[in-house]
Unconditional design. Structure first.
Lengths: 336, 108
């Protein structure tokens, strides 16, 4: 993630509070450089890239077919590669301001000013992660409302990211589902089964893709599921029964707990499996930083308060769907 | 375990630790799997309906009586006024004709 940009030409002719203004901006810059959970979440779940346009378009092609046998002296067979659907992710602007009062500066309320400066940057980081989380976890529908804006949660085929009927492009490729209602259970059976379904997802040409599903994302308050997955990830023997079998899922899964995803108000406790390799290679979850947090300051003539204005632009959305599976959903395919 | 062989419209219970979730089959995918949806909590809906039904007779009967009473009283009154207006409208015409006749007689 890019650092904060401070607009140096703001407030240029006003010498009042110039020193304090510089110190507050230093606090912001210092806080921004700290790593925190919000950055970790976005970087782990999304492909974070920079953008220099109004939006980013993700295109697709079908896969090459298999080589074909020809008789001696025969001609080469032209591949029937086709252009697939595309997806446009348009960036959204976000604004916020906060105020350091003239009394705070005159009375040297350093801690209050520092709290405001740090909180402003923390708000930026949390907002970024909250948008990323809201879009991903709400992608059973085709759009999600967050931050007073409606975000497109469709993937490249025009369906919601999590849908029971993702179509192929070439003829004969049947619909595929990546949203399941089955609960996580009390052992690794369902996780293993869903990971295997993901391993056998077919691309737009109908070829099995073979990606290893290695990441599990859980709501922050789903403590039973978190506990189960931690046991599955580390136990030598099978979890959830008294058989002495080996735990074949040991070390397969990386657990990501999303603190901004809460299951308390939901009818079910959903969970997400993801292939980190497929996420990168297929342009799965995409997060574009168009303009990082840009801050300018000014003294408001009417109140003599020192005001800070922050602005950033980001875009988030999805390309492919074959990198991700939701289980425990309130609607979807039920495996029998 | 999810029971096999269910049809569209059937329900089943999914156990998630100590929580039981009721699902309804809304479709079949051709691979032996169901397309299903969570069934909303029905008891809560029933309670709300009962409360509404309990209040409705008391409120509705009073208002109905008042409204019907007003209607029955008002309707003849409206009809009467219409008749009166019609009479009033016709009456001046007669007067005007009579005045014309008077004026005509004066000319003669």
């Amino acid at each position: 993630m890019a650092g904060i940009i401070f607009a140096k030409n703001s407030n240029i002719n006003d010498d009042a509070y110039k020193v304090q203004d510089a110190v507050i901006k230093e606090w912001m810059s210092d806080y921004e450089s700290e790593k925190n959970d919000y950055d970790d979440y976005v970087n782990a779940v999304y492909n974070v890239e920079k953008s220099d346009q109004f939006g980013e378009k993700i295109g697709s092609y079908t896969e090459f077919g298999d080589f074909e046998a020809v008789p001696e002296g025969g001609n080469s067979v032209m591949d029937d590669i086709e252009m697939g659907p595309s997806q446009l992710i348009v960036h959204q602007q976000y604004l916020k301001k906060f105020v350091v009062t003239s009394e705070m500066i005159e009375d040297k309320k350093i801690s209050d000013m520092k709290t405001g400066a740090n909180g402003f940057v923390r708000s930026y980081k949390r907002s970024r992660a909250a948008e990323a989380s809201a879009i991903l976890t709400g992608a059973t529908a085709t759009s999600v409302s967050w931050g007073r804006a409606t975000h497109n949660t469709k993937c490249i085929d025009g369906k919601a990211l999590f849908a029971t009927d993702h179509p192929g492009v070439k003829n004969g490729v049947g619909v595929q589902s990546n949203v399941f209602t089955n609960a996580i259970g009390t052992d690794d059976t369902m996780l293993f089964r869903l990971a295997n379904i993901g391993y056998n997802f077919k691309n737009q040409s109908g070829n099995p893709m073979g990606y290893k599903f290695d990441t599990i994302i859980l709501p922050g308050d789903a403590w039973k599921e978190i506990r189960l997955v931690k046991k599955i990830a580390e136990s030598t023997n099978q979890v959830g029964n008294d058989h002495n079998d080996v735990n074949v899922s040991k070390g397969l899964f990386k657990l990501i707990i999303d603190p901004l995803w809460q299951s308390a108000g939901l009818a079910t406790t959903p969970y997400i499996l993801m292939s980190s390799q497929a996420n990168k290679e297929l342009h799965g979850n995409m997060f574009y930083d168009r303009i990082p947090l840009t801050v300018k300051s000014a003294i408001e003539n009417n109140t003599w308060n020192l005001e800070y204005f922050g602005r950033y632009r980001v875009g988030a959305g999805f390309g492919a769907w074959q990198h991700i599976i939701m289980g425990g959903a309130s609607a979807g395919t039920t495996l029998t | 375990m999810i029971p096999k062989g269910l049809k569209i419209g059937d329900t089943f219970v999914e156990q998630n630790f100590d929580k039981q979730i009721l699902y309804k089959v809304v479709g079949l995918d051709g691979w032996g799997n169901y397309i299903s949806k969570v069934v909303e909590d029905e008891p809560a809906v029933e309670e709300e309906v009962e409360e509404e039904v309990g209040e409705l007779p008391f409120v509705s009967t009073d208002s109905d009586v008042e409204e019907t009473a007003e209607e029955t009283v008002e309707q003849p009154a409206v009809e009467e006024t219409k008749e009166v207006k019609e009479v009033k409208k016709t009456a001046p015409k007669k007067k005007t004709t009579s005045t014309k006749k008077k004026t005509a007689t004066k000319k003669k």
